[in-house]
Design a protein around this ligand. Sequence first.
Ligand code: ASP
Ligand code: MG
Length: 417
Amino acid sequence: MSLYVMKFGGSSVGDIERMQRVAKRIADKQDEGHRCVVVVSAMGDTTDDLIDQAKLLNAQPPAREMDMLMTTGEQISVALLSIALHGIGREAVSYTGWQAGFRTDETHGRARINEIVPRRVLESLERGQIVIVAGFQGMTLSGEITTLGRGGSDTTAVALAAAIKADVCEIYTDVDGIYSTDPRIVKNARKLKEISYDEMLELANLGAAVLHPRAVEYAKQYQVKLVVRSSFNYNEGTVVKEEASMEQGVVVSGIAYDKNVARISILGVPDIPGVLAQVFGKLAGEGVDVDIIVQSGVQNGTADFSFTVALGELDRAKAVIDSLHSELPYREVTSEDNLVKVSIVGAGMVSHPGVAAKMFDVISREGVSIKMVSTSEIKVSCVVEAGNLQQIIQALHTAYDLDTEEQAYVGGPQDRR
Ligand code: ASP
Ligand code: MG
């Protein structure tokens, strides 16, 4: 007998029929002799719909009230799922995040979990009940309701799995597992049997939205074995764990892309110590997240540098740079937004030279110029023009031997965020 945490995303419980199917799936697991704690998201697009409604009333709704509003979505799901389980003769009990013991900090809209006190969850398990916990929510010490940030139910599931020492945390979604790349872009993308936490973390951060990055961080920190699989079929999923046993010769495991990038270049900046600290300190102070930074060589006492930010932050970032002009006499600022960041990820890169060179070669053969590059031990990212995305990813996928014979299964509406 094992203790499972099973997490079902919004599209997996998108309507009554799917809810019923999920209940059946949980009952099957119990019949196999396992104990189950279930985490669910809000049904379908509920969270988006709630946000839209709030915005109709107020363009800038207070964060505290938004948390009150958004947490209702998950409360509906847990109650309905429990009702469905009772309907098929199972003992189940639903809990809100706070009832399940999720204590968070005070940051409405993206609270962090400080502590989980899963007393009631464990007591219910003792009684033989199936426990259903609302994803993405918690409470502060002073009793305020909080949410963990969009897509946060994955984090709820993994953190709870760690807190109750579950044997496995299964993330049920609408794709069969983690793919070598987005199956909507590359038809013969390969489903990975396993992947390491570090690789998964890179992919999640780079825009492969099947798992929330914070959930992967938790899983790594507490060594929670994760399985990502479909709620629409019984195919084997992808196991995420510490060391994935690397297939012979596999250097690159996955290719991710992110369309949410814009580049800013500051040209003719005086080359004096502290300039970078000044610019990026100011951006950080204004809450602008900077990703890739590239500085060119110094000529005639001035330097150029470029960096990327999320598309939605471009205007704000430019305003910050403008505001610096009186203190920092640069020559010019340019920006570009029709870009995409393409990244290859693989733990095998460390021991294989020439991986990045091959990527540059493949991209240049597609006639695309590379605007920026950034690397880590297990990834190489290139920022290129957005127009050629599909072509580039397909070419890289083939070049790194990731193509398979099979067509990827892509079920249901996309449960990706
Ligand atoms: N319902 C929340 C959202 O849509 C949390 C989640 O689905 O993980 O972001
Ligand atoms: Mg999700």
